[in-house]
Design a protein around this ligand. Structure first.
Ligand code: KG4
Ligand code: ZN
Length: 331
């Protein structure tokens, strides 16, 4: 089965072709960073308009990169939520219309499910059941995955998502949007011994997270060290260490409590090299294995949508001709 995947939930226009025999055949992501950077964050209306401009040319580019004719597609998957409604509607209407024109089924995909299943696009895939840490701009969750569509949320953030905390802290440090990768770069120059930030909610049982206090802690530290040229990098380092350490502590707890020995890291923050290294060390200590999608499949992309759509279509799912999108949609 050959599926075209379309992702437009936020500020990336992602398109890919997944084939159940050949794997990932084409994969193109256009990032709108340049459009939103001057506003310091995503402007929803501009995001929708950019998807309108870019989506059809990117579909053409992906098909040509994959060497695939439209007529050979067996189905189309598009992100139907959660995300920005206007942005989602662009992908959904183009995807649904193209499927209608080609007389093939279309399926709306849950964005978080697609992130969770992204490691399945790699050569070494985890067996079910596995634990997944989903760390993106909108969500921080620990999930027990028994199979496709069989998810149990073990814990989640009570306030900011990890990626959101990275982005807001980066802004406090005067870094450009998008903050996560910029903060990671600055942290590489920081002294890990200078500041120690709290590890929120690690002193109580449970698997929930909270990152908004860490942001306030950072703000106070920034104010206290104004005028000190080396403080910014040291603060970035302390912040990153605190977030990563908190995530490691909760993952260790989840591995121990569940007895499961496979851990998947998914979502944009999963592209962070320090997080990847620390999770690998955790897995070694716990006699477990950690699975990551490559960094370009951690952040938003069409490949994970194509794969999740393939799973759904193979199980017989298909949307009626009418379609809808959902801004807030629990897993
Ligand atoms: O999964 P994603 O692309 O979009 C959502 O579904 O939210 O995640 C985007 C988030 C942003 O908050 C971004 O700053 C963060 O992932 N991110 C990173 C890194 N790369 C992306 N955070 C820390 N370090 C990175 N290298
Ligand atoms: Zn995402």
């Amino acid at each position: 089965m050959r599926v075209l995947g379309i992702e437009t939930s936020c500020d990336e226009t992602g398109v890919a072709v997944y084939d159940s025999e050949c794997g990932l055949m084409g994969h193109v992501v256009y990032s709108q960073i340049a459009t939103h950077a001057k506003y310091g964050g995503v402007v929803p209306e501009l995001a929708s308009r950019d998807h309108v401009r870019k989506l059809v040319p990117i579909i053409e580019e992906t098909l040509s990169e994959a060497g695939v004719e439209k007529s050979s597609l067996d189905g189309i998957a598009y992100t139907s939520g959660p995300g920005l409604v206007g942005a989602l509607l662009v992908g959904a209407s183009v995807g649904r219309s193209l499927a209608w024109a080609l007389n093939i089924p279309a399926v709306g995909v849950h964005h978080l499910e697609a992130h969770l299943l992204a490691p399945m696009l790699e050569t070494e895939v985890p067996d079910f059941p596995f634990l997944a840490l989903l760390v993106s701009g909108g969500h921080t969750m620990l999930i027990q995955v028994a199979g496709v569509g069989r998810y149990r949320v073990l814990g989640e953030s009570l306030d900011d998502a990890a990626g959101e905390a990275f982005d807001k802290t980066a802004k406090l440090l005067g870094l450009p949007y998008p903050g996560g990768p910029e903060l990671e770069k600055l942290a590489q120059q920081g002294d890990p011994a200078r500041f120690r930030f709290p590890r929120p909610m690690t002193d109580r049982p449970g698997l929930d997270f909270s990152f908004s206090g860490l942001k306030t802690f950072t703000l106070n530290t920034v104010k206290k060290h104004e005028g000190d040229p080396t403080a910014r990098a040291d603060i970035a380092r302390a912040f990153q260490d605190a977030v990563v350490d908190t995530l490691v502590i909760k993952c260790r707890r989840a591995l121990t409590q569940s007895g499961i020995k496979r851990l998947v890291i998914a979502g944009g923050v999963g592209a962070n090299a320090y997080l990847r290294e620390q999770m690998r060390e955790l897995a070694e200590r716990q006699g477990a294995r950690v699975f990551y999608p490559r960094p370009s499949l951690c952040t938003d992309n069409g490949a994970m949508i194509a794969y999740a759509g393939y799973c759904r279509l193979a199980a017989g799912a298909a949307e009626p001709l009418g379609f809808g999108v959902t801004a807030r949609w629990p897993l």
